[in-house]
Design a protein around this ligand. Structure first.
Ligand SMILES: Cc1ncc(COP(=O)(O)O)c(C=O)c1O
Length: 375
């Protein structure tokens, strides 16, 4: 199989990730932070090491402010519902994934909040000033993806964050498509949700949320934390405030190993590799008839396209069955983005590359597309 679906999840992981998950299951399967015995303390230490490594990647100086969750979606829900109160206004970008749009819609539906959506241009671009214009005196939170999961456009989170802070609102970033693909600096961000299982190359069941110092989120889950057990209320201290219940130690330890892999290889090296594949692929399709490409950025690992007169699902199915190429077609859980790009009715085919892909595989995909166009 030629795997071009890294934006969904990374199928191939570095060897160190497989090894560390196995070792964690063999040697660190005690309940972290739930006992004074050696094995429990050791499991807790392993989790803290992983926290530190992820923080190093995102330039976060306070590892205890990073909570682990099974995926990005949970981090987004915890952040959004933890910040917003009755009467608040929220601004979200018009390129958001349903993991942002749906929790917001659910709060709106209950009559709790109001929301303004920033309108992208037809190529999926948005300027930082648009976010400010969409804000009003009740705006508590602004949410923007760092990179679109549909077309791969990257948004200037540093500038948006600075402008949002001038208006004294919180800024949340969905880093699902940028974590491990391009450098991330959390300096201008209050809440950063990320997946472990996509381009950070960690196991499924890993992800998290960084919450800036000084922000106390309302909890959406309460329970055992192994700390302040004499209290009936959820502790204030992070990360315990957000991490109730037994943690997924193997996944988190595996994510720590994945962070080591990225730190060793260098995020710039990975980023340049993905960009080179993206550019090669885009240049290749430019010369082909009948292909429409969406978005206009090659900074991340995503390329979206359609072939005239062919259904996107059929394209993906034929790529899979006839060429062994894995892509993702349809609406990519991102109704807003597809609306903006004019592909709500058709969907599109998404190719997303990873650090284990090669130029040979990209050329193979180009040949496959050329064949499909002509047969
Ligand atoms: C932009 C974006 N946000 C959120 C998510 C949800 O990620 P997860 O599956 O880790 O919950 C995705 C998944 O594809 C995504 O692309």
């Amino acid at each position: 199989m030629v795997y071009f679906d890294y934006a969904a999840t990374s199928f191939i992981k570095p060897d160190c990730v497989y090894r560390s998950v196995y070792e964690a299951m063999c040697y660190n399967s005690a309940n972290p932070g739930r006992g004074g015995h050696f094995a429990s303390v050791q499991a807790a230490e392993k989790i803290y090491e992983a926290r530190e490594k992820i923080c190093k990647l995102f330039q976060i100086a306070t590892p205890e402010r990073l909570a682990f969750f099974p995926n990005t979606t949970q981090g987004l829900n915890v952040g959004i519902k933890g910040v917003l109160n009755h009467g608040d206004h929220v601004v979200i970008s018009g390129m958001e994934h349903n993991s942002v749009a749906r929790p917001i819609e659910a709060l709106k539906h209950k009559g709790l909040i109001t929301c303004t959506i920033v309108k992208p241009d037809k190529d999926g671009n948005m300027e930082p000033e648009q976010f400010v214009k969409a804000m009003n005196h009740n705006t508590k939170l602004v949410v923007c993806s760092h990179a679109s999961n549909v077309c791969g456009n990257v948004y200037d989170i540093a500038s948006i964050g600075r402008l949002v802070h001038q208006k004294e609102a919180y800024f949340m970033v969905d880093a699902a498509q940028s974590a491990g693909v391009i450098p991330i600096c959390a300096d201008d961000v209050d809440l950063l949700a990320f997946p472990g299982h996509k381009s950070l190359y960690g196991p499924q069941g890993s992800g998290g949320l960084y919450v800036r110092e000084g922000i106390r989120l309302q909890t959406i889950t309460e329970g055992g934390t192994g700390s302040s057990s004499e209290l009936l209320t959820q502790p204030d201290e992070m990360p315990d405030r957000l991490e109730s219940g037994t943690q997924n130690v193997p996944a988190i330890v595996g994510l720590g190993a994945a962070a080591d892999f990225i730190l060793d290889k260098g995020i710039d090296t990975i980023s340049n590799h993905d960009k080179a594949l993206c550019t090669r692929f885009k240049n290749g399709i430019l010369n082909m008839p009948k292909i429409t490409v969406y978005g206009n950025d090659t900074s991340v690992n995503v390329v979206a396209l359609n072939i005239d007169d062919m259904d996107c699902v059929e394209v993906s199915e034929r790529l899979d069955k006839e060429f062994g190429i894995a892509t993702r077609s349809g609406l990519h859980c991102a109704v807003l983005a597809h609306k903006a790009l004019g592909t709500l009715g058709t969907g599109c085919v998404r190719f997303s590359f990873g650090c284990f892909n090669t130029t040979k595989e990209v050329d193979y995909a180009l040949d496959a597309l050329y064949y499909l166009i002509n047969h």
